[in-house]
Write a protein that binds this ligand. Sequence first.
Ligand code: NAD
Ligand code: DAU
Length: 334
Amino acid sequence: MRVLITGGAGFIGSNFIHYTLKHRDADVTVLDAMTYAGNRASLSGVEDQINFVEGSVTDAELVDKLVKEMDVVVHFAAESHNDNSLLGPKPFIDTNISGTFNLLEAVRAHGARFHHVSTDEVYGDLALDDPAKFTEHTPYAPSSPYSASKAASDHLVRAWVRSFGIPATLSNCSNNYGPRQHVEKFIPRQITNILTGQTCKLYGDGLNVRDWIHVDDHNDAVWAIIDKGRIGETYLIGADGEVNNHDVLQLILELMGKDKDDYEHVTDRAGHDRRYAIDASKLESELGWKPKYTTFREGLAQTIDWYRDNEDWWKPMKDETEAKYAYQKRIDPK
Ligand code: NAD
Ligand code: DAU
């Protein structure tokens, strides 16, 4: 099976490649633009088993040439960070919308099986006391430039299935954690703050809830959908991992042997979504998928160990990331 993985040098894409090469017989090609979020070190150990193409999904000619040779395309490439989308939305429009358009046009021309990796953020947010969770029927209501661009890309995929009959599926997953996640994101930012002697940062009141899933469980679900999912369908991926940011942070501090109150509240994110929660029953009942990481504490402890053991991986990006946050604070000091 010839598989094209876009965004394969990023967090979830690189873990997908490691997972795929361990569990599947696949001929893997990676297309990655190597933005600030792409890291070749994330592919160390498998570099000689893949064909790595440095290039952008916004390059229609390159995309067409690559897709032509593939049986399956798994589309992870995206600008993925909400805070960055508030600072400068343009790359989100280009990569997430136009890039997806280019892939869809190539799939339409050449007929590969397409899987679109998307996010639960397309559904907006839930109130803390709302008994509901997101389902495949929740109306789209994205809040940030990032989630709006992902919502737009989902609509394109659905339209290409309906109008042109391309063989595509979609998945919308909740917050991933695990190894190789960029230090701009909440969990690795706090772990590496502690490892570098900096104070942990909690946005606003810290009561926002995210529904955490280990990245390997996400990727296992993506393969289940590619193997057994019905064409044109959307599957929500989640592992019943709702925890508020305050409790996640205190757990990190505890697991790292620090005082549980050793953090500071900082200015809230503009438009900050309050709560995400996934109802994954369609994926579970139709495709028989179940998460393997059922204890967040254990998965988090393993993730902390990975960052402790892989300082060479994250150290080069830490100062630059914190400088970006400091700049963001200066231009929006509220
Ligand atoms: P990431 O930011 O870690 O990685 C994105 C990768 O895409 C990087 O390697 C980057 O270089 C590459 N890329 C960016 N622009 C590109 C372009 N124009 N052409 C080719 N490559 C480009 O992101 P991630 O957290 O691994 O997310 C991967 C996908 O999963 C995204 O589509 C995201 O929306 C989705 N998702 C993420 C989460 C999460 O919790 N991180 C949850 C649900 C869905
Ligand atoms: O739900 C899926 C989404 O999860 C993905 O689509 C996104 O690509 C991914 O980045 C993630 O989005 P979030 O905005 O939820 O993740 P982030 O790690 O940026 O923040 C998680 C929560 O932690 C959020 O409520 C904001 C908060 N936060 C974040 C940072 C960086 C803090 O309190 N302090 C911080 O320093």
